[in-house]
Design a protein around this ligand. Structure first.
Ligand SMILES: [Zn+2]
Ligand SMILES: [Zn+2]
Length: 352
């Protein structure tokens, strides 16, 4: 098999070859059909997340072993099964939930493998889908997609379930009040589409890029705000009739978190999703006095992925712009993403 791997952090992915694995035990081998290119692949190939103030979170210190094949938004066709892989058959087209834990601890048993303290996620801690084949440890991570188009389903594994899980954290005001979404890139447009499909009231979108604000407007945002405007906080407060009850920050920079916190209404919540990086200094008394909260949200659970696929079957696929490229162009696709040239999502497909 051939795969694109991070061999040295900060350098382009390298095309390597290895024997195609034979599935053992509960393992399942897929032939890759579609692999979404995600912004976090940039951090993973750089080797770190920016913690702000010159501090870095090294992904290698966190347990990423090199070389590793990136790619965590994967759809493939089942081509071989281990003897204990049940509930799945050859020829099935499946979406892979990449957010794997140890499967043994209390957190995993509760169903939150994405929060396991010993993560083994596909495309991060084990080989991912920028390859012609992908080995998955257990069928519980696989979801039959039937006739749904693979290139549109692949992004559900990360950008889909990440925004779905964040939207679920909004709580009881979801259908009665506006939600503020900061960031109208791939995640933001996915979030807008799912917000609508889930019965959300309305969405106010913040982005510093006019082209992305336009895309958000076309995708149904009731208002779009330039996050770099000097009065951005005031604009968000005006658009939400006095302040936001729930803001989802899909960027996660010092500027967006600041804007998110400062434009909450009393009792409001900032749901922090994006991993852009940085740090803020925040006075403590406003937390109790304004009764505000910040909640982190990291990908989603297997149950949420299942719910999301059911939702998509009922309401249709999110109309997020998807561009396909041959999988051998992965380094060019990552470069375009880094340069901010991608509207929606790029999905890699096989080259015959
Ligand atoms: Zn991702
Ligand atoms: Zn675990």
């Amino acid at each position: 098999m051939r795969m694109f791997q991070v061999c040295t952090c900060g350098e382009p992915l390298q095309l390597n070859e290895a024997p195609t694995p034979k599935p053992q035990g509960s393992e399942v081998l897929l032939r890759m059909i579609a692999a979404g290119v995600c912004h976090s692949d940039l951090h993973l190939s750089d080797g770190y997340f920016d913690l702000g103030g010159g501090k870095k979170l090294s992904v290698v210190e966190r347990g990423m072993k090199l070389p590793v094949t990136l790619g965590h938004e994967n759809v493939g066709e089942v081509v071989a099964l281990g003897p204990d892989a049940k509930g799945i058959k050859l020829g099935d087209k499946v979406l892979v939930d990449p957010w794997m834990g140890c499967g043994e601890c209390m957190v995993c048993k509760r169903g939150d493998e994405q929060l396991c303290t010993k993560p083994s996620s596909i495309g991060v801690f084990r080989n991912g889908g920028y390859a012609d084949h992908l080995l998955v440890p257990h069928p519980r991570y696989l979801f039959d997609i039937g006739d749904l188009p693979p290139e549109k389903v692949a992004p559900l594994a990360c950008s889909g379930v990440t925004t779905y899980s964040a939207l679920k954290k909004v709580g009881p005001t979801f259908s009665t009040d506006p939600v503020v979404i900061i960031g109208a890139g791939g995640l933001g447009l996915m979030g807008l589409a799912l917000h609508k499909a889930m019965g959300g009231h309305s969405a106010v979108v913040v982005d510093i890029d006019p082209a992305k604000r336009d895309a958000a407007k076309k995708a149904g945002a009731v208002a779009t705000i330039d996050g770099a405007a000097p009065d951005a906080v005031r604009q968000v407060i005006a658009a939400t009739n006095g302040g936001s009850w729930a803001t989802i920050d899909l960027v996660g920079s010092a500027q967006t978190a600041r804007l998110g916190i400062d434009s909450l209404i009393k009792g409001g919540k900032l749901i922090l999703v994006g991993l852009y990086g940085g740090e803020i200094t925040q006075s403590l008394p406003p937390f109790p006095m304004r009764a505000i909260s910040i909640q982190g949200s990291y990908t989603g659970s297997l149950t949420e992925t299942k719910e999301l696929i059911d939702l998509v079957r009922r309401t249709g696929l999110p109309p997020v712009p998807i561009a396909t490229r041959p999988w051998t162009e992965v380094n060019a696709a990552l470069a375009d993403l880094r340069a901010g040239k991608v509207i929606g999502r790029v999905v890699l497909t096989p080259t015959g």
